[in-house]
Design a binder for this molecule. Structure first.
Ligand code: BG6
Length: 463
């Protein structure tokens, strides 16, 4: 889906936490790179002056970027105006309509609670602000279950065309995530082995070495499955498994999801770290998971049922996100005088902060004739230099009208369909100690494939 470039950017929730952490630093970098071209209108409930908003933006950028270039900051702020009001009040939208008079392709970015998505979209439509090529960018989460995501799709389609809907998944804005496609298809070595015949299994880890902190009440209603698996990790699986995209990612992604059966609840392990129940906002008897491990399989011609294991959790030993494509490797053949045992080879796509690619390579052990694995590591930070922030990419794509990185309606339905049985039949939750890799059962599930690899972060000393 493509639309013409936007003529305005309107941000609902500009005084919020996400704006502080992500939006202002991303806009600042876009300004610095000369990519911003439109006026920006901030909208929020707070009765702030433009000076107050400017101070807020300055603090945000300084915190994330470390310093603020005055010229860039001044030209960014010169684009801004600010309107405050109640998102449910029609007079707010009359004010917006006046400010946007003549606009044919505004981008409305809703970084607001999801419960307000439909209300705001309806008000925008009623004020005739969604005509032409206007588009609306929705923050996550998009629904909380298969039926609620379908209902949300239907409600939005009653107001606007699918091509006007941009659903954000910030993982798709990450360069190392987008790089999965390039690593796979632009490298003969990887392309040749990327199939069910050569691959033993795919192991995806998303580990965070911190807990839910001050997000207790949000997290307790959500859990790891909804927070990061249905969205971020399913998008990663799409890129790992899909056929080569020719134009946009949209259709190859849907085609891949359609070959993944819904998860069998028996192939799921849920965990909760000790101490979670003491977090502010968490119910005293909560059974919400802070860790999940599960097995999926891809039944496409390319993959022929290869298993995909996911583990994601809070309070893990490290913070690291990686995809390990484990090759079947050599088994039981003679090399020199030695018969080799089962030798797995791992291709590791590191898609977290320490992004890059690693591979295990079997070499001769120095002391005898046996085989020993060593690691080849490439760090994107040292090899590629500046990498745009996820929201830089996503906001500029939405403004440019390029929807390829944004999950479409069917992708939402498919990803919820795949995880829904886990939500319908939650497995018992097992406790685990902070700083460990979750319940033992999560280890047992991949033991026969050589076990979970320990994520290593070559760029982060000591990890
Ligand atoms: C968010 C989740 O969507 O993604 C958080 O709500 C999680 O719980 C975060 O920590 C992880 O994002 P990143 O970019 O830090 O890997």
């Amino acid at each position: 889906m493509t639309l013409p470039a936007a003529d305005h950017l309107v941000i609902f929730g500009i005084t919020g936490d996400l704006a502080k952490k992500m939006t202002f630093p991303s806009l600042y970098n876009l300004e610095k790179r000369g990519i911003l071209t439109t006026p920006i209108l901030g909208v929020a409930f707070d009765d702030w002056t433009l000076d107050q908003l400017s101070d807020y933006a300055h603090t945000s950028i300084e915190t994330v970027e470390g310093s603020v270039d005055k010229k860039t900051f001044d030209s960014l702020i010169a684009r801004f105006s600010y309107v405050h009001g109640d998102f449910k009040d029609p007079t707010l939208y009359s004010t917006l309509a006046e400010k946007l008079a003549g606009s044919k392709s505004a981008t409305f970015y809703l970084e607001i609670p999801p419960g307000l998505f439909v209300d705001v979209a309806k008000q925008l439509a009623a004020a005739k602000l969604l005509e032409g090529n206007a588009r609306v960018v929705f923050e996550k989460p998009f629904g909380t279950s298969l039926s609620s995501a379908e209902a949300l799709n239907n409600e939005l389609h009653a107001i606007m065309r699918e091509e006007q809907i941009f659903r954000i998944d910030h993982y798709m804005g990450k360069q190392p995530v987008q790089d999965i496609i390039y690593a796979r298809f632009a490298n003969t070595l990887l392309q040749k082995v990327w199939n069910g015949e050569d691959v033993e299994c795919i192991l995806i880890t998303m580990a965070e070495d911190f807990g839910v902190a001050d997000r207790g009440s949000f997290y307790d209603a959500v859990g790891t499955m909804r927070d990061v698996v249905q969205n971020h990790l399913m998008q990663v699986i799409a890129l790992v498994g899909m056929e080569a995209p020719v134009d946009t990612l949209t259709q190859p992604r849907i085609d891949l999801f359609e070959t993944i059966p819904s998860v069998d609840p028996e192939s799921v392990v849920r965990g909760q770290y000790d101490g979670y129940l003491d977090v502010k906002g968490v119910a005293a008897d909560s059974t919400t998971e802070t860790f999940v491990a599960l097995k999926l399989q891809i039944d496409s011609i390319r993959w022929g049922g290869v298993p995909v294991y996911i583990r994601a959790g809070k309070e893990m030993p490290v913070t690291a996100t990686e995809v390990v494509v484990r090759l079947k490797g050599q088994t039981g053949v003679f090399l020199g005088k030695e018969r080799m045992g089962k030798l797995y080879e791992d291709i590791i796509l590191r898609i977290g902060a320490d992004s890059g690619v690693s591979m295990t390579m079997q070499v001769k052990a120095p002391e005898d004739d046996s085989v020993e694995p060593v690691r080849l590591d490439v760090s994107f930070k040292s090899s590629l230099g500046y990498v745009p922030l996820p929201y830089e990419t996503l906001l500029s794509d939405a403004m440019a009208g390029n929807g390829s990185l944004f999950p479409d309606q069917q992708t939402e339905v498919e990803t919820w369909r795949i995880v829904q049985p886990i939500l319908d039949k939650p497995q018992p939750v097992h406790g685990y100690k902070p700083g460990t890799w979750g319940p033992q059962k999560a280890h047992d599930m991949v033991e026969h494939h050589g076990g979970w690899p320990e994520p290593t972060c070559p760029d982060v000393p000591g990890k």
